[in-house]
Design a protein around this ligand. Structure first.
Ligand code: ATP
Ligand code: FE2
Length: 327
């Protein structure tokens, strides 16, 4: 079976083509980049609509198949930005209707975990999913993917991006902060917020910005921002590992590119005698292949949706997702 997966929860419009054997035949993405400031959902959606056909065509060509070879269409049904989700869903519905093939809506967060399991060989990991739009510690427990900890305000990638913008670090914020942090020499205390199993990064962002304005060295601040944010992320992930006694840790999302976070999380995993996995970056960031693969898992385990049932859900929570393929 061949599945076309369409991702469109935020900046990225992606099309992946995946087989039921887990082979990725194509994975093509284009990302909307706002001219300045943060993301404008309607502008991003317009970008997705304008690029949908080109990205699909490119994916079909890369896979060496025709649209008529496709057996299933999957799309990111949430969580994400309403206008973006609607655009991806509309594209998938149009294709499924025209080709008279089944369609399934996929949860974006669960898809990050599933593509990671497919590509790294991790079987049952505690996953730290960290990006510009999400920060969650996820693990499978009692028949569902559960969120063991998450941010109560802004995601960690957003914390980095906004800080970068406020202090004039050029786009992309994350990688540039990482580069500057390597030259930092001094740890400046910043708000470290872990509440139970949950996290908060807005106070950290505000205080780091304030310290910059009062003249603190930017390299020291980048270093301290990373150390503080990552220590909190590692603490919560570690508690999940200890509590549910998993032997695997996986890191994914755009922030997984960060070498320091990999190092810190890897050390924690080693202390717990857990294996540590990071998928290739192409599959850590938002991508169509993860939607296609999760669509296949769902369909092959009996998930069916009529066209009119393929609604989006901006706030679709990870633990609300049925995962018959893992039971
Ligand atoms: P999602 O829809 O999953 O929330 P996204 O739209 O944020 O995804 P991604 O490409 O997955 O897109 O992630 C981008 C985020 O990753 C940005 O916040 C960026 O700053 C962060 N990032 C990228 N590289 C690094 C790095 N080296 N260090 C820290 N953060 C990074
Ligand atoms: Fe994502």
């Amino acid at each position: 079976m061949l599945c076309v997966g369409i991702e469109g929860t935020a900046h990225t419009f992606g099309v992946g083509i995946v087989s039921s054997e887990g082979e990725i035949l194509a994975n093509v993405s284009r990302a909307y980049r706002p001219p300045e400031g943060g993301i404008h959902p309607r502008e991003a959606a317009r970008f997705h609509a304008a690029n949908a056909k080109a990205v699909l065509d490119e994916a079909l060509t890369a896979a060496g198949i025709r649209l008529s070879d496709v057996d299933l269409f999957a799309f990111s049904a949430g969580p994400g930005l309403g206008p973006c989700l609607r655009t991806a869903a509309t594209a998938a519905r149009a294709l499924a209707a025209r080709m008279e093939k089944p369609i399934v809506g996929v949860n974006h967060c669960v898809a990050h975990v599933e593509i990671g399991r497919l590509l790294t060989g991790a079987v049952d990991p505690v996953t730290l999913y960290v990006s510009g739009g999400n920060t969650q510690v996820i693990a499978f427990d009692a028949g569902r993917y559960r969120v063991f900890g998450e941010t109560l305000d802004i995601p960690v990638g957003n914390c980095f991006d906004v800080f970068a913008r406020e202090v004039g670090i050029p786009f992309p914020g994350g990688p540039n902060i990482e580069r500057l942090a390597r030259e930092g020499k001094r740890y400046i205390p910043l708000p470290y917020v872990v509440k139970g199993m949950d996290l908060s990064f807005s106070g950290l962002m505000t205080e780091a910005t304030r310290k910059y304005r009062s003249g603190v060295d930017l390299r020291d601040l980048c270093f301290s921002l990373q150390e503080t944010a990552f220590a909190a992320l590692v603490e919560v992930t570690e508690r999940a590992v200890a509590h549910i006694e998993k032997r695997e840790v996986m890191l994914t999302g755009g922030v997984a590119a960060n070498g320091r976070l990999r190092e810190m999380l890897g050390m924690m995993a080693e202390e717990h005698k857990a294996k540590f996995f990071v998928p290739p970056m192409e599959f850590c960031v938002d991508n169509g292949a993860m939607i296609g693969w999760t669509g296949i898992l769902a369909y092959e385990h009996g998930v069916r949706q009529e066209l009119e049932e393929t609604v989006i859900n901006q706030r679709w929570r990870t633990e609300q997702v049925d995962v018959p393929w893992r039971e």
